[in-house]
Design a protein. Structure first.
Length: 392
C-alpha cells in the first residue's frame, strides 16, 4: 500500500512538472490570464527550442505578449512619470516577432490575438518612444535601428495617428549623429513633407546644406521656415548668418541690427547672434550678448570660450589705443586705457580658465592663457602654464 502511495506521489509530481514545462500552450494560457510577464518568460524559453522556434504561432504568441507588455508599461508611464519601465525593448521585440511570424506563415492567426497585418502598422508610436529614449541616452546606433522599425511601421499604411514629421525628424537626427549626411537630409526633408511644424527640422537641414555649400537650398529653406514662423529666433539668426556666409556682410549686419528683442530671449539664438558679431569683429556687442547667455548657462563651453575671445580682443585693442595715446604724450589717458585693458584681459583669463577646466588637454587654450598671464605680468601663472604645455 505504501509503495502504491509513493508511486502515486511520484506520478503526480511528474504530471505537475510536465504541466509547468515551457510550451506555447502554457504561454498562451498565461497571456489569456493577463499574466504577461510570466507569459513572456515562458514564450522566450520556447523560442530556444528548435521545434517551437520554427513555428509561426510561437512567434505570434511572443509578438502579442510583448505588445501587451509595451502597451501596459508605456500607458502606466503616461499616467505616472516616476513609473520605471521594466521592459523598454518590448515595442521593437513585438514588431520583430510579428514580422518573423509573417515570414514563416503569411496568414498566421490565433484566437484573441492580433495578426501581423493588424498589429505592425499600429506599433510605430511605441517604437518611436523607445527610439527617442535611446537618443536621449546618446545611443545613436541603437536609436537609429529602432527608429528604422518605427518608420517601416509608420509607412505601412496611412497612419491612424499622424506624427507630423516628428518621427522623421528624430530618425534624421540619429543619422546626423552617425555622420550619415545623405540619409539625414533625406529624412529631414521627409519630416517637412510630413507636415512638420518643428523649426529645428529646418535649422538642422540648413546646417547640413551649408556644409555642402548648397547656397540656393539654404536660402529656399530659410524662406520656407519663415513662412511657417516669421518670428522664430533661430531662423532669423540663420538668415543673418546666411548673408555673412555668402560674404554679404552689409546685409548680414542690417539683419542683425534690426533683430526683434524677442530673439534675445532664446539662449541658442543669443549665442548664434553673438558668433555673427564675432565674425564681424564687433567684440563689444558680442560680449554683451554672451554675458546674457552666461547668466543662464554658466557652464556652457562655447559661451565661456567666446567670452574669453571677446575680452581678449577688446583688451588688446585697448592696449593699442593706450600705446597710441602714450606716444602722443597723453599719459593720463594712456594709463586709464591700460587699466581697462588689464581688466578685460583678466576677465579673458577667467573665461579661458573655465573653458580649459572642461577641455584640459587643449593646447591652444593653454598657449593663449600663458600669453595673457605674461601680458598681465603674472609670471608664476605663466610658468605653471608653460610647464603644463611641455607635459603634453
Amino acid at each position: 500500500m505504501k509503495r502504491i502511495f509513493t508511486l502515486a506521489i511520484i506520478t503526480f509530481c511528474i504530471a505537475i512538472s510536465f504541466a509547468q514545462k515551457a510550451s506555447p500552450t502554457r504561454a498562451y494560457n498565461l497571456y489569456y490570464d493577463k499574466d504577461f510577464v510570466k507569459a513572456k518568460e515562458c514564450i522566450d524559453a520556447c523560442l530556444t527550442d528548435e521545434k517551437f522556434g520554427s513555428k509561426a504561432s510561437t512567434w505570434l504568441y511572443k509578438a502579442n505578449i510583448e505588445y501587451q507588455i509595451a502597451s501596459s508599461e508605456y500607458s502606466a508611464k503616461q499616467k505616472d512619470e516616476s513609473y520605471v519601465i521594466a521592459h523598454p525593448d518590448a515595442p521593437q521585440e513585438a514588431y520583430k516577432a510579428f514580422k518573423k511570424a509573417q515570414e514563416i506563415s503569411k496568414n498566421v492567426e490565433a484566437t484573441d490575438m492580433m495578426a501581423p497585418y493588424e498589429a505592425m502598422p499600429r506599433l510605430y508610436p511605441l517604437i518611436f518612444i523607445e527610439g527617442v529614449n535611446e537618443l536621449i541616452d546618446n545611443k545613436f546606433k541603437a536609436a537609429n535601428d529602432i527608429l528604422a522599425l518605427a518608420v517601416e511601421s509608420y509607412e505601412m499604411q496611412k497612419p491612424e495617428y499622424p506624427l507630423n514629421g516628428e518621427l522623421y525628424y528624430y530618425y534624421a537626427y540619429s543619422f546626423e549623429m552617425l555622420n550619415d549626411a545623405a540619409n539625414a537630409q533625406k529624412y529631414y526633408q521627409k519630416a517637412i513633407d510630413d507636415g512638420s511644424d518643428n523649426i529645428n527640422v529646418y535649422v538642422r537641414l540648413i546646417e547640413s546644406y551649408k556644409k555642402q555649400e548648397e547656397k540656393a537650398k539654404v536660402l529656399d529653406l530659410i524662406g520656407k521656415a519663415k513662412a511657417k514662423d516669421p518670428k522664430d529666433a533661430n531662423i532669423l539668426v540663420a538668415e543673418a548668418d546666411y548673408y555673412f556666409w555668402i560674404d554679404d556682410k552689409k546685409k548680414g549686419r542690417e539683419l542683425l541690427d534690426k533683430m526683434p528683442a524677442s530673439v534675445y530671449q532664446v539662449p541658442e539664438a543669443v549665442v548664434n547672434a553673438a558668433n555673427l558679431y564675432i565674425k564681424d569683429e564687433d567684440y563689444v556687442k558680442a560680449e554683451s550678448l554672451l554675458k546674457r547667455a552666461n547668466e543662464r548657462t554658466p557652464d556652457n563651453y562655447v559661451v565661456v570660450y567666446n567670452l574669453g575671445v571677446c575680452c581678449d580682443q577688446i583688451g588688446n585693442a585697448k592696449y593699442m589705443e593706450a600705446n597710441k595715446l602714450d606716444m602722443e604724450g597723453n599719459k593720463s589717458g594712456a594709463k586709464s586705457l591700460k587699466e581697462e585693458a588689464d581688466n578685460y584681459l583678466s576677465r579673458a583669463a577667467t573665461y579661458f580658465e573655465k573653458a580649459l577646466a572642461q577641455q584640459p588637454d587643449d593646447l591652444t587654450l593653454m598657449r593663449k592663457l600663458k600669453e595673457i598671464y605674461l601680458r598681465l605680468l603674472q609670471d608664476e601663472k605663466a610658468a605653471a602654464m608653460d610647464k603644463k604645455i611641455n607635459q603634453q
